[in-house]
Write a protein that binds this ligand. Structure first.
Ligand SMILES: Nc1ncnc2c1ncn2[C@@H]1O[C@H](COP(=O)(O)OP(=O)(O)O)[C@@H](O)[C@H]1O
Ligand SMILES: [Mg+2]
Length: 260
């Protein structure tokens, strides 16, 4: 790194009076690109972006219990992956929008109608492209689809949409999150979805869009019991979704034990 910086190649770090160089995360990401193009054979060790044939990995963090550390897990996972050099999209699917607040978006003040994922999955003609909804965050390499109370509309409108479906060609509810994410797939390596604490249409959409699941769980009797209910209900609902043609292959399903 020192030689690179002395040769004037790559980003210019801040240099302290004692000669210590420090790089911002943006500069580290520039360095990754620089090294990957200077040493194409070792590119993967510098720049872990997915290669041709690698699919987008979409991780849904779910459990129907509030306070089981879904949001905490989502944000640290997303930030960790961004620090590793991946291009990460965090999706806040919880109307309570804690993930958005943590990533610097005030859900009550900073958002207009259609600025959440709802804008990209709604059934009417106000639907917008997801790329117009995504925001950069203060964290390099980590973009956000914010959430707020507007997401609840999807839970209310889906039953009507299901009834009217015979007369319209609109995509069925459990495919809409995945279809929206597919629009921006080329820009990202990993999507992390923070699910709401209930097994509604949004959560089902996320589980269907996901290539893997993280289920957060407190190691306490009552919580474990409620989680097994969640899993039973999910299995029931998913078998209905599967019959309707939903894609439910997951690369992994992991339980994350959280305690505090
Ligand atoms: N590993 C941890 N250690 C200590 N406190 C934690 C940990 N994970 C989460 N918490 C705290 O637990 C509470 C609930 O976490 P949160 O992620 O908001 O849960 P959820 O999104 O499932 O409702 C928060 O106050 C959070 O700060
Ligand atoms: Mg939460």
């Amino acid at each position: 790194l020192r030689q690179l910086s002395l040769d004037g190649k790559g980003p210019s770090p801040a240099v302290s009076p004692t000669g210590r160089r420090s790089y911002t995360l943006e500069q580290i990401n520039d360095l990754r690109k620089h090294m990957a193009s200077a040493k194409p054979k070792d590119a993967i060790t510098y720049l872990p972006w997915r290669r041709r044939g690698d699919k987008l990995q979409t991780i849904a963090v779910a459990n129907f219990k509030g306070g089981s550390a879904k949001t905490t897990t989502s944000i640290y996972l997303a930030q960790h992956l961004a620090l590793q050099g991946y291009r990460v999209l965090a999706v806040d699917l919880d109307p309570q929008a804690s993930l958005s607040s943590m990533l610097g978006v005030q859900p009550e003040f900073d958002l207009e109608e259609g600025d959440t994922l709802y804008g990209a999955i709604r059934y009417d003609d106000k639907r917008r492209p997801l790329k117009d909804i995504i925001r950069k965050t203060y964290f390099a390499g980590l973009d956000l689809v914010p959430g707020n109370l507007e997401l609840m509309e999807f839970e209310h409108e889906t039953p009507t949409a299901l009834m009217e479906r015979k007369t319209t060609n609109s995509e069925i509810f459990f495919r809409r999150v995945g279809v929206a994410l597919a629009e921006v797939e080329a820009e990202y390596d990993i999507v992390v979805i923070d699910c709401p604490p209930q097994l509604g249409y949004l959560t089902l959409g996320a589980v269907c869009a996901a290539t893997s699941l993280l289920i957060t769980i407190h190691p306490q009797m009552v919580d474990v019991a409620s989680m097994s209910q969640f899993l039973l209900m999910t299995a029931d609902l998913l078998s209905v979704v599967r019959k309707a043609g939903g894609d439910l292959n997951h690369d992994f399903i992991r339980y994350v034990i959280t305690r505090h």
